[in-house]
Design a binder for this molecule. Structure first.
Ligand SMILES: Nc1nc2c(c(=O)[nH]1)N(C=O)[C@@H](CNc1ccc(C(=O)N[C@@H](CCC(=O)O)C(=O)O)cc1)CN2
Ligand SMILES: Nc1ncnc2c1ncn2[C@@H]1O[C@H](COP(=O)(O)OP(=O)(O)OP(=O)(O)O)[C@@H](O)[C@H]1O
Length: 197
């Protein structure tokens, strides 16, 4: 299956989950994450607002705020259509739908930080494999934003996924940035053995 067909099949799969399954999955992911030192140690954390059946980091955000961590959300640039920024996210942040209808903060560059300053990035995905292969929504936003990670050990990139997003092998593209790990409702896949034990 090519990337496009695989993306479409996997999007159907996650959209088919019930509200209860989504809630349980989100709680399961938080439970798994709490056991990871990379999460406990992180001070600056990139999250996202769930869309199209993605696993929701909402309870992770609530917990992170409670622990005094700073959360950041992806914000798209309306002029440069390839750019994605990370902007501070607090309970007061005003959100508006972006061009894909996903809520995001109104862009304020003074509240954005360079991707290099993030400790941990929780990435949305449509599919993953056990070698850290990631299939996103097809915009290439995360691949571009984190292309530098290939030669850096910060930030740690962790995909959040439903177990049903796992496939045998994601067809890899040359620009793909491998994830250090994937956390699902039931398991933490420590792909690059970057997670400390
Ligand atoms: N929750 C969430 N936020 C995110 C991402 C994501 O994957 N999930 N992104 C990760 O990169 C960025 C947005 N990337 C996206 C790329 C394509 C589509 C999408 O729905 N494409 C439609 C076509 C829509 C249109 O052209 O109007 C489609 O493929 O059906 C959505 C988001 C930034 N924010
Ligand atoms: N580092 C990069 N530099 C330039 N272009 C890139 C880079 N990474 C990805 N792209 C472009 O982005 C497009 C989409 O890539 P891909 O299908 O891998 O997106 P994705 O990982 O599914 O999406 P996303 O990361 O937004 O969730 C590709 O056609 C590619 O040309």
């Amino acid at each position: 299956m090519d990337r496009k067909a695989l993306r479409s099949a996997l999007r159907d799969r996650r959209r088919a989950l019930s509200g209860l399954q989504q809630e349980q999955a989100a709680a399961g992911v938080l439970k798994q994450l709490k056991q990871l030192p990379e999460f406990s140690k992180s001070r600056k954390l990139a999250v996202y607002l769930a869309n199209d059946g993605e696993i929701s980091p909402e309870c992770i955000v609530q917990y992170a705020w409670h622990e005094g961590k700073s959360c950041y959300l992806p914000v798209l640039d309306n002029n440069d259509k390839t750019q994605m920024y990370f902007q501070r996210y607090t309970p007061e942040t005003v959100l508006l739908p972006n061009r894909f209808n996903i809520p995001e903060p109104v862009l304020d560059l003074s509240l954005c930080i360079p991707a290099t300053e993030l400790d941990l990035v929780l990435m949305p995905l449509t599919g993953f494999d056990e070698s850290g292969g990631r299939l996103g929504m097809g915009g290439g936003f995360y691949d571009r934003a984190f292309a530098f990670v290939k030669t850096s050990d910060k930030p740690v990139l962790v995909g959040l996924a439903h177990e049903c997003q796992k496939v045998e092998s994601i067809p890899v593209a040359e620009w793909d940035v491998p994830m250090s790990g994937i956390v699902t409702e039931g398991k933490a896949y420590n792909v690059l053995k970057k997670f400390s034990d």
